[in-house]
Design a protein around this ligand. Structure first.
Ligand code: PLP
Length: 397
């Protein structure tokens, strides 16, 4: 076996070569180790491996060579010491949130969260005696106000789903350090390329790899990255014994996705910028929220903490639900789907799909109205996308 060690690579190089471990055959592409377990030459060898005295794999619920390559490549990209790959983004989020808290602890989270993340914080955690407070995360003083003597964890997503609000990660991380809490950031919308939460002071970063990392609609996956100490003390045992492990086949698919991630994200972001500008000037569009535009409400924070404008756009049609539905139904290239970060452009109406379970007040608080749409821009030709959008808006009353 030969491994690509830690080197001073730029992201694009790390994403092609980082973490690669070759078998004795010297294969070019990463091998898929579809095995549940591993055999030992001797009983003494098994004993030594279980004692941790000898390196090697024990069982694929704990670690697997293909999954290990994916974890190492993610570490190289994120600049993290350690990682655990997960079977889905929600396996990653729920594990990251639950592994380090217990009954009697308090968690503060920004209220603008991906639906399932919000359920974990708002509904699941209190069932186990963990107190939770949801706040407007864009206002740094609200984090401060929500702190209690038992606050152990801060959780946020930025930019948020679907309204692309941006939270000042460095300010929240600083507050977490002051009170001895940990900050977990869900970095899906920014991608590992456009925002570096660990450099901004966050303690843990989580991804749904289902989104841009796969980027081609094939498989679910997730990953948690942090320093070695946090993973050893909080996640290591939790992960081994609750079993949210990623399948080796999906790890391989995600490794292949990482090779082209920078190319895809750059192209999709460039197209998203052009589409956002086009929509902002259109008479049937009331409002466009796009992190790459100077009129974004948190443009100053974005300048400090993001290096790109995102592949997603939030738009508000003046004609409310009727217009939003007519627009979606008239699109020919852009497909109606709640997924995002895909090579295919996808549009969703949050109020009736991803955010339908929230109360009307909770939706209003988040800025999700009947005319709100979330557009995930794909890899199609920009002229075709603009033509599709223009024609579909033409069919809206
Ligand atoms: C999709 C998503 C998740 C959940 O990921 P799955 O892979 O669908 O489990 C969590 N957070 C955000 C921001 C997401 O977009």
């Amino acid at each position: 076996m030969t491994s690509e060690g830690k080197r001073n690579w730029k992201p694009q190089t790390a994403l092609v070569h980082g973490g690669t471990t070759r078998s004795a055959f010297g294969e070019t592409s990463e091998a898929i180790y579809l095995t549940q377990g591993f055999v030992y030459e001797t009983a003494e060898g098994a004993e030594a491996r279980f004692k941790g005295e000898e390196p090697g794999f024990i069982y694929s619920r704990y670690a697997n060579p293909t999954v290990d390559m994916f974890e190492k490549r993610m570490c190289a990209l994120e600049g993290a010491e350690d990682a655990r790959a997960m079977s889905s983004g929600m396996a990653a989020v729920s594990s990251a949130l639950l592994c380090g808290v217990k009954a009697g602890d308090h968690v503060v989270a920004a209220r603008a969260l991906f639906g399932s993340c919000r359920w974990v914080v708002e509904t699941l955690m209190p069932r186990y005696g963990i107190e939770t407070t949801l706040i407007d995360g864009t206002r740094t003083q609200e984090w401060e106000k929500a702190v209690r003597r038992n606050t152990k964890l801060f959780f946020l997503e930025s930019p948020t789903n679907p309204t692309l609000e941006v939270i000042d990660i460095a300010a929240v991380a600083k507050l977490a350090d002051q009170i001895g809490a940990k900050l977990v950031v869900d970095n899906v919308f920014a991608t590992p390329l456009q925002q570096k939460p660990l450099e901004l002071g966050a303690h843990v970063v989580v991804y749904s790899a289902t989104k841009h990392i796969d980027g081609q609609g094939r498989c679910l996956g997730g990953v948690i990255l942090s320093d070695k100490k946090w993973i050893d003390e909080n996640l290591h045992d939790y992960f081994r014994h609750t079993g949210p492990s990623l399948s080796p086949f999906n790890a391989w698919t995600l490794l292949k996705g990482l090779e082209t991630l920078p190319l895809r994200v750059r192209q999709q972001t460039e197209s998203a910028g052009k589409i956002a500008d086009f929509l902002a000037d259109h008479p049937k569009v009331g409002r466009v929220i796009y992190p790459g535009r100077a009129d974004h409400p948190q443009a100053d924070v974005i300048r400090r903490q993001m290096s790109g404008g995102s592949t997603l756009i939030c738009l508000e049609l003046k004609g409310a639900k009727k217009a939003a539905f007519a627009f979606q139904n008239a699109l020919e290239i852009i497909r109606i789907s709640n997924n995002l970060g895909d090579a295919k452009s996808l549009i969703t109406h949050p109020a009736t799909t991803t955010h339908k379970n929230l109360s009307d007040e909770a939706r209003a608080e988040l800025g999700i109205g009947p005319g709100t749409l979330r557009l995930s821009v794909g890899l199609e030709d920009i002229d075709d996308l603009l033509t599709d959008i223009d024609a579909a808006l033409g069919k809206v009353d």
